[in-house]
Each structure stands twice: as C-alpha cells, then as structure tokens.
Design a protein around this ligand. Structure first.
Ligand SMILES: [Zn+2]
Length: 346
C-alpha cells in the first residue's frame, strides 16, 4: 500500500493549549508522525510517496474561499500586530447574537472562523494545512490511477473542521476534500467511516444535506465528550441527505466488544449503500492509554479493525485523524494497516 507523507507539517509546532486549569504543550505534535512513520517502516510499509502540489480548487468546493484565505493569512496578520513568536487564538467567538461577518481585524476573523481554543496559528501552520490537503488529494489521484488502497498520513487532522469553522486541532477537512476529489474523478458515491474517538462534527456538517457522501461515525457520546454539541444518534441528515448520516455514540469506558459491534453496524450500512470509494477517517485515540480519549481499545484490537474494514472489499483511502498516546500510537496505526492488508499481502 502506498503511503503519502511529507515533512512539511513539521513547523506547525510550539503552541500550547488550555487543559482545564493550565496551559500545556499541544498533544497534536509533529512527533506523532515520527512515531507512525517508524512503526509503519518496521511493519514493512516503506512505499512512501511525496504529495504533489495541488491548487485550492477542490478545497474551495468544501470550504468557503474566505475561510481558506483566513487560514492562510491568520498568522501573518497576528505577527504584524504582536511581533514574531507566540501563537494566534481567538479571544471571543461569534456566538448567538453576535455579528457573524468578520471585519478587517485578525481578532474578528479568529472569532468568526474558529470554534474553540485548540486551533492555534504559528508561523508554519498554513504550510502544514496546505501540505495535508496535498497529501489527501495525492491519495485520491493515485486511486484514480488504479491504486486499490492508499494511506494519506495527514497532519494536521481534519474531521472537526467544517465549511467555515476550524477547531479541535483541525483547519481544513482532509477527508472531506479527498471525498470531493473522488466524486470529481467520477466516483458515484463515497462513504466516510470515521473511527476517531471524537465525533467528526466537521465532516458531518459538510455533507449533512448531501446524498453523494455517506458519513458514519463511531465516537464517545456528546453528553460526555468533545465536541459536546453534535454527534447524537438522532442526527441522520437533512433534505436529500436524509438517511446518509449515521452516528454511533458510545459511553466513556467502552471496550472493544461493544465498539466492534458498532463497527459492524457501520460496515453493514456502508455495504448496503455500495459506494465506489471508502474513506476511513483513522483516529486511534480510542486506545485505552490515550490522554485525550476515554475508550478502552487495546493495541491488538486495531489489527481486527483493519481486517473488518478490508472485508468491505472497497477501494479504500485511509486519512489520518487523531491519536495521542505516543508510546502506542505508531503500533496502533500500523496494526490497522497490517490488518487491512493482511500484513502487506494486498
Ligand atoms: Zn479525536
């Protein structure tokens, strides 16, 4: 299986995040990718492809151009105001009763285009966002040329980002952009299976009124976990997208017995729709030792997840999302890929 990866994300680093009563280094770090690359190489996956540069054309089919422009200029604008170093985050948010249209100030843009304090902008952030988009789009291009399965090792992740809102370490929605690329390349219908611990609120929102992309998400229930305001089982899509959104929320503490039953439910729904392409939003923060997770999956379970997904026998693009338990992150991701490929046979 081809692995698409670039080091261009590396300077998206150095910011801190608020965790209850303290500021801590961002869990979403460049070192995450090192752990994954090392484990994949050790497992025999060494076919690494550099992403090709792409225009913003497909990204603009998913995200508003004004939002994408904001992502590009956020840090430079911040730096002009405050000087080099540090990182940009919002002071306020464009909530109920507030104007939703930014004026020329960077503060108003951060207020309108971000929904939490987990999307800091540093000098290297835009380069990383753009590179992650290229990693996703290169994966879709390779599949259009005949690859049966690819792994787009994107950083930063994307599934919390909607059409014009960044949040939860996510800026542009890499999986959604990949889905749009597959449709542009002639796919009849795309299914996105999101197995990150957190609900993929951004992906759901982007495709909520569409039937050409089916979205299924396994995640911790919003009563207990981020993003708290979305991810209920009752959210099934709207308009012509009615029935094309499937949420499978589970309580904190869920183990693989319960989780894998939900996976089979999602897999059955995807099989029934017979999509032309499957995208897996691959988060492994479901791991029992994850610092931002609350499920109890073990490293061995990820082998079975890969096998179960392979059972769909669909052209498949893995797109990296979350996973923050550094000691096991690489093993867990590699196990999904090992299970999916039967240790490299396919
Ligand atoms: Zn997550």
């Amino acid at each position: 299986m081809k692995l698409i990866y670039s080091d261009a994300h590396r300077d998206h680093a150095g910011a801190k995040e608020m965790r209850y009563d303290q500021m801590i280094p961002m869990c979403e770090s460049p070192e995450r990718m090192d752990m994954i690359m090392e484990a994949l190489a050790a497992a025999g996956f060494k076919d690494v492809v550099q992403p090709a540069p792409h225009s913003l054309e497909v990204a603009h089919q998913i995200h508003s151009p004004a939002f994408v422009s904001f992502l590009e200029k956020a840090y430079p604008m911040w730096e002009r105001e405050f000087g080099p170093g540090g990182f940009a985050t919002a002071y306020t948010f464009g909530m109920r009763g507030m104007n939703q249209v930014p004026n020329g100030s960077i503060h108003s843009m951060l207020s309108c285009y971000t929904f939490d304090v987990c999307v800091p902008f540093v000098k290297g952030t835009w380069t990383a966002i753009r590179s992650a988009m290229d990693v996703a789009l290169t994966g879709a291009s390779l599949m259009a040329k005949g690859e049966a399965a690819v792994f787009s090792l994107c950083r930063p992740p994307g599934h919390h980002a909607s059409g014009d809102l960044a949040g939860g370490y996510c800026y542009m929605n890499n999986a959604a952009i990949a889905a749009q690329a597959h449709l542009n390349n002639g796919a009849g219908r795309v299914a996105i299976l999101d197995i990150d611990y957190h609900h993929g609120n951004g992906t759901q929102t982007i495709f909520y009124g569409r039937k050409d992309v089916f979205f299924a998400s396994l995640h911790c229930r919003p009563e207990e976990e981020y993003p708290f305001l979305l991810g209920y089982a009752t959210e099934r899509g709207e308009g012509e997208g009615q029935g094309y959104n499937l949420n499978l929320p589970m309580p904190r503490g869920t183990d693989y017995g319960v989780w894998s039953a939900s996976l089979l439910t999602a897999i059955d729904a995807i099989r029934a729709l017979a999509p032309s392409v499957l995208i897996v939003s691959l988060g492994v923060d479901t791991y029992e030792g994850d610092p931002v997770g609350g499920f109890r999956l073990a490293s061995q379970d990820y082998l079975d997840i890969g096998r179960q997904i392979a059972g769909l026998e669909l052209p498949t693009q893995f797109v990296m999302e979350g996973g923050y338990a550094m000691e096991a992150l690489g093993t867990n991701v590699a196990n999904v890929i090992r299970g999916f490929t039967r240790d490299g046979e396919i």
